[in-house]
Design a protein around this ligand. Structure first.
Ligand code: F0G
Length: 469
């Protein structure tokens, strides 16, 4: 994939390798369980990859959430953490970083993204309400529904077709949004959400033009507009690369322009906050923010720490800015694209174009012999684990039940964690699994035990035929 460089990074021009823009400063041992040990581990875990222990896994691509490596600057910042209960200096550093990027005055720290969601939807949600989004992430959908409201996904048509090459497949279907609000009545739509990048839809970006169009619909109906901003920096990078009118802007300027359209955001700092834990809720409206703070105190903490240590807030304040470094974003997009090239050359169909934080393998195309009731994406994810110790994540009927639009396996890229040779290894594992898939050696699964909410975390499965050794 062609990748334009920033002029200030001219030193890199002429070389095709986009190297990791960091040196490794401390390392962690990778465990190497054997194939037999892996089979035993996954059997014990009820064929649920969430049930494994980290020592069972060789390359962990379950999530890019909280799994990244922090920079030396972040670690140094943590030493400056101010653990004062009320009015901590670290809160103000955190608040200023969030304000610089989002422009929002009201900044409420939370222990992670879903806490921000729960607080927001406890206030705005409720029975009879409808909350549209391009695609709600699973915790967002669960928090909306838990409040009694209905979560509606209105991504553009191309966003539902894995092979479509649309540059902004995360875009909201503007006509559908307008129709949805006019049908249910603006008074029943307390907020419109937009997930950037669209995680459940394949890590696909949303264009600035589309963000502005969502704003226009929200203005027409006088409905607030919030971003689910977890991967705002990656989204900004894709806008820079793919939206001609923004090519000259820095990622920070693009991020500013994105947030300028919204009334608020929920954020998991475990993604583009480059931190291992944390999140926030930020907004313009002081009245809604005051109600959010009331709830915050009930379960998260005092408004100047909200469930975070002072040092966490320092790490996030630094991480949010690091995530917008063009050299980092260029390397990040390139490594994801590199893994996608490996999958493609192994003959495994992927969600196109490549998203920001993950490669999504299209299981229904690879495993046409496994019907969706038998969870083809889970079958593929399990095979990647058994064959090579690579842990990915099913995003299909197991996660979403009947509302699943696609059967995908997400191989998420922890930030600044794995090198190119780790990705070469993952590529080989994909090749091996693809050969087994084509030989119809992979089988479906059935559920033996499940919970009511977010069942994929704890579900227990059983292979329909014994896993071939
Ligand atoms: N919104 C999006 C788009 C997400 O991807 C996530 C988390 C959340 C909200 C919730 O944030 O985990 O801090 O509570 N996504 C992780 C993932 C879990 O693996 O994609 P959280």
């Amino acid at each position: 994939m062609a990748m334009a460089f920033e002029p200030e990074h001219a030193a890199l021009q002429g070389f095709k390798t986009i190297i990791e823009p960091f040196r490794i400063h401390s390392t962690q041992q990778i465990p190497f369980p054997t194939r037999e040990e892996r089979l035993e581990a996954i059997r014990k875990a009820g064929w649920n990859l969430f049930g494994l222990r980290s020592e069972d896994v060789i390359i962990d691509m379950l999530t890019d959430s909280g799994t990244g490596a922090m920079s030396a600057r972040q670690w140094a910042g943590m030493m400056e953490g101010d653990e004062t209960y009320a009015g901590s200096r670290s809160y103000y550093a955190f608040r200023d970083a969030v304000h610089e990027i989002t422009g929002f005055q009201e900044v409420i720290p939370t222990h992670q993204g879903r806490a921000a969601e729960r607080i927001l939807f406890s206030i705005l949600g409720g029975k009879g309400k409808v909350i549209p989004s391009n695609t709600h992430f699973d915790t967002t959908r669960a928090n909306v529904e838990y409040s009694g409201a209905k979560a509606v996904d209105l991504v553009i048509q191309e966003g539902r077709i894995p092979s479509s090459e649309h540059p902004f497949k995360g875009n909201m279907d503007i006509a559908a949004l307008d129709k949805c609000i006019s049908e249910v009545g603006a008074e029943n739509v307390p907020v419109v959400m937009l997930t950037v990048t669209n995680n459940s839809g394949g890590g696909q970006p949303v264009s600035l033009e589309n963000i502005r169009a969502v704003r226009a619909v929200c203005d027409k109906y006088k409905v607030p507009f919030f971003l689910d901003a977890c991967r705002f920096a990656e989204n900004a990078w894709f806008i820079k690369m793919r939206e001609a009118s923004c090519a000259h802007m820095t990622p920070m300027e693009i991020a500013n322009a994105m947030f300028a359209q919204a009334d608020g955001c929920t954020m998991s700092a475990k993604k583009d906050g480059m931190a291992n834990i944390g999140g926030f809720l930020a907004m313009k409206c002081p009245e809604v923010a005051a109600r959010c703070r009331d709830l915050l105190i009930l379960t998260e903490g005092f408004p100047t720490y909200g469930g975070l240590a002072g040092y966490d807030m320092e790490a996030i304040a630094i991480g949010l800015r690091e995530a917008l470094d063009p050299l980092y974003l260029c390397y990040r997009a390139r490594s994801t694209a590199y893994l996608a090239e490996k999958a493609t050359s192994a003959g495994v169909p992927i969600m196109k174009p490549v998203g920001g934080h993950a490669v999504y393998l299209d299981a229904s195309a690879l495993l046409p012999h496994i019907p969706r009731e038998e969870f083809p994406a889970q079958a593929l994810a399990l095979a990647l684990y058994v064959e090579g110790g690579v842990r990915g994540c099913e995003i299909g009927s197991l996660m979403f039940g009947d509302v699943a639009k696609m059967e995908l396996v997400r191989l998420a890229m922890p930030r600044r964690t794995y090198t190119q040779s780790h990705l070469d290894y993952v590529g080989e594992v994909i090749e091996r699994v693809a050969a087994k898939a084509r030989a119809k050696e992979l089988n479906g699964y059935r559920i033996v035990e499940q919970s009511q909410w977010l069942r994929h975390f704890t579900v227990k499965l059983e292979p329909l035929q014994a896993y071939k050794l």
